[in-house]
Every structure is written in structure tokens, then in C-alpha cells.
Ligand binder design. Structure first.
Ligand code: FSX
Ligand code: SF4
Ligand code: F3S
Length: 370
């Protein structure tokens, strides 16, 4: 995305921009000084070229990135990268736009980042998804070949997502399965939490490296813990206070949603700490719906939404939220949201960033007291 000589968001000063970068870095577990370095790189125009491909999906991942509020997370990401090819956002179309893909690949061979949104059908020789006259599988292989990094955004691109639901008529798979032997960063979630793209892109744009990944290609800074570990309703779970039906007294009080089918105990993700659209409470449990396990293969779109799952790995919560303060503290949007408020510059609270730092250290086996 072209940007004026002063490569900072137009509405903010350089100082503000450094502050935003620093908060954003902290929110995804990077050291605070990384913010300064990021801002420097952006000012020098050192922005990685990004090619963003769409296949079988709903475009919700792009939408959730663009639907962030001020200060604009989407804008921050777009300031850190040069988004040279994105089929949803492009003004151009047809042959003219296809030429942009070729030009970007040629000029940035070996250096560009490929972001894939959507699954890739393999059944019947991949005939179920064509873009610009080319099969998805051919395009993803061709573009990935000269990419410096490949990122699969959303559950569809990570492991097949909705298109791969039984009976998976098109043989939909995730990017890693389509590109055996290639390192693929997976950011599951339906849609993916934009912060997890931000964290991955920040690290790549600043240091040229990828974050530490788990055995499913998920960045540990985001997917090391399950929702239940840091859920603001956790104290209700621990004390046996459960909503039994939507709209009952317990549900209105913001009690635990386990008996309504919550998959938070089995679901690895960080949306309990970093909510969507930079709006405190904007995440499933925050608005009173059980987690459906949208990041987890074998749970989302497989186990019925309201079916209970056994809890096999009980862990202590990171911190007990303040749920004893009386009914008046329960917010209108997020009944039972507890103490954690995510917001502020770049949408990340200090509390959330500290928790995520601990989360990363835990994941790396060097746990320290917060
Ligand atoms: Fe999939 Fe993202 Fe769900 Fe949709 O594209 S992860 S269907 S929110 O948009 O890929
Ligand atoms: Fe755990 Fe879900 Fe209850 Fe939160 S609402 S405490 S994630 S079971
Ligand atoms: Fe998805 Fe569950 Fe978070 S449904 S958005 S992982 S609360």
C-alpha cells in the first residue's frame, strides 16, 4: 500500500506512532524497545512486500482486520507492510491486477511474505476453486515457492475450517497440508484475531524472523494457553456458578457458560486477553455466547456448538478476576467480563501484555513470576 514519504499514520505524530508500536509490541509479547525499532524501519521505508491470496472462505479474516476501531489496528498493520496484492482491497481488476501479482513476485523474489486466507481444495485434482483461471493449489504452490515467509490466516487456511466440515465435499485442506515441507505460520480462528497477525508481522517486519511456533505452526505468544485459563468468567466456573440456559438468571449475571457448551477449556487462543475490534468485551464469551472452539481442528464445525466436552487438563487461572464486587460492575456489553479491560493505545492493556509475556515464557519453559 503506497504511503507518503513520512511513513507514519497521517493522523498521529512520530512520538504517538512510536508509542502505538511499543504498546502493540508489548501486547504480543515483544520487548518494549521493539516499538522504537519498528517505527525506525517504517520511517526508512523498510516494509516487507506482502501478497495476500484468497481461496475458500468468507473473507471474515480480512473484514475483522479492517473493522478495528481507532487507533486503527488495520492501519497500523498496513503501515508496517507494503500490501502489494490483495484481491479484496484492490481497486484494479482482471488482467491488469493479475499483472500486479506477477510484478510483485518478480521484484521481491525471495523476500515477500505470502498471506493465505481460505482453504485449498485437493479433491478431484483441485478443480473446485479457480481464481483468475488458475487452480488454488497451483497458485499457492507457485507463489509460496519464492516467499520468505508463509502465513495462513484463519481456521480455513490453517487446517481447512468450515469448508473442510464433514463430508468435506471439495477435499479442503489448510496451507501447510498443501505445501508439505514448507514452514507455514498458522493463525487459526474464525475469524483470526487480528492481533495475532499483527504480532507475527511485527516480528517479521522488525527482525526478519518468525515467532516461536508450536507443533501446529501456531505462534506460542498467542496459542500457548486455552481460553479457560484466562477467562474472566473463570471464578464462576471454580465456584460452581453456571448459566443453565440462555437468558436465565445465571446467564444474565455473567456466570460461566460451560453448561451451554463452552469449549474454552479445550481451545487454544488468546481472545480472552485480546478482544476483537479493539472493543472491550467484543469476543464470544464477552457477549454471552459459549466459545465454539473456532481455532481448534476437531472441535469447531465438528462438535455441536452446545454439546459439553469433558475437561481433561484443569489449570489454575493466571489471575482471579474481580467478580466479587457486586452486580453493578457487570458491563452492558460483556456481562461478567471481570477485571480485564483491553483497549487503550493500539488496543492492548498493560495487564494483557504482561499476561502474554508470561504466557510466552511459560511456553518456552522459563516461567517466571509476573
Ligand atoms: Fe475462514 Fe477467514 Fe472463518 Fe471466514 O477467511 S476462518 S470462514 S471467518 O474469513 O478463512
Ligand atoms: Fe471456562 Fe467457558 Fe466458563 Fe470461561 S465461560 S470459565 S472458558 S467454561
Ligand atoms: Fe473463537 Fe472461542 Fe475465541 S469461538 S473467537 S476461540 S472464544
Amino acid at each position: 500500500m503506497p504511503h507518503p514519504e513520512v511513513a507514519e499514520p497521517s493522523a498521529v505524530t512520530r512520538r504517538d506512532f512510536v508509542k502505538i508500536c511499543t504498546a502493540a509490541a508489548a501486547s504480543v509479547g515483544m520487548p518494549a524497545w521493539a516499538g522504537e525499532k519498528m517505527a525506525e524501519n517504517v520511517a526508512k521505508g523498510k516494509k516487507p512486500s506482502v501478497i495476500w491470496l484468497h481461496f475458500q472462505e468468507c473473507t471474515g479474516c480480512t473484514e475483522s482486520l479492517l473493522r478495528s476501531s481507532a487507533p486503527d489496528l488495520g492501519e497500523l498493520i498496513l503501515d508496517l507492510i507494503s500490501l502489494d496484492y490483495h484481491e479484496t482491497l484492490a481497486a484494479a481488476a482482471g488482467y491488469q491486477f493479475e499483472a500486479v501479482l506477477e510484478k510483485t513476485m518478480k521484484e521481491n523474489a525471495g523476500k515477500y511474505v505470502l498471506i493465505v486466507e481460505g482453504s485449498i481444495p485437493l479433491k478431484d485434482d483441485g478443480i473446485y476453486c479457480y481464481v483468475g483461471g488458475h487452480k488454488a493449489i497451483d497458485t499457492v504452490r507457485r507463489v509460496a515457492e519464492k516467499a520468505a515467509a508463509v502465513i495462513a490466516i484463519g481456521s480455513c487456511a490453517s487446517w481447512g475450517g468450515i469448508p473442510s466440515s464433514s463430508p468435506n465435499p471439495t477435499g479442503a485442506v489448510g496451507v501447510a497440508q498443501a505445501l508439505p515441507g514448507k514452514t507455514v505460520v498458522t493463525l487459526p480462528g474464525c475469524p483470526a484475531n487480528p492481533y495475532n497477525l499483527l504480532g507475527t508481522v511485527l516480528q517479521f517486519a522488525t527482525f526478519g524472523t518468525l515467532p516461536a511456533l508450536d507443533d501446529k505452526g501456531r505462534p506460542k505468544f498467542a496459542y500457548a494457553r486455552v481460553i479457560h485459563d484466562d477467562c474472566p468468567r473463570r471464578a464462576h466456573f471454580d465456584n460452581g456458578r453456571f448459566a443453565q440456559a440462555f437468558g436465565d438468571a445465571g446467564h444474565r449475571e455473567g456466570w460461566c457458560l460451560y453448561k451451554l457448551g463452552c469449549k474454552g477449556p479445550q481451545t487454544h487462543a488468546n481472545c480472552s486477553l485480546l478482544h476483537f475490534c479493539e472493543v472491550p468485551g467484543a469476543w464470544p464469551i464477552g457477549i454471552g455466547h459459549p466459545c465454539i472452539g473456532c481455532t481448534e481442528q476437531g472441535i469447531a464445525f465438528t462438535v455441536p456448538i452446545h454439546q459439553n466436552m469433558p475437561i481433561d487438563r484443569p489449570t489454575a487461572p493466571m489471575a482471579y478476576p474481580n467478580v466479587g464486587g457486586g452486580k453493578g460492575e457487570v458491563g452492558a456489553i460483556a456481562a461478567g467480563l471481570g477485571g480485564l479491560v483491553v483497549g487503550a493505545a493500539a488496543g492492548a492493556s498493560y495487564v494483557a501484555s504482561r499476561k502474554l509475556n508470561v504466557q510466552v515464557k511459560r511456553a518456552e519453559g522459563e516461567e517466571k513470576k509476573p
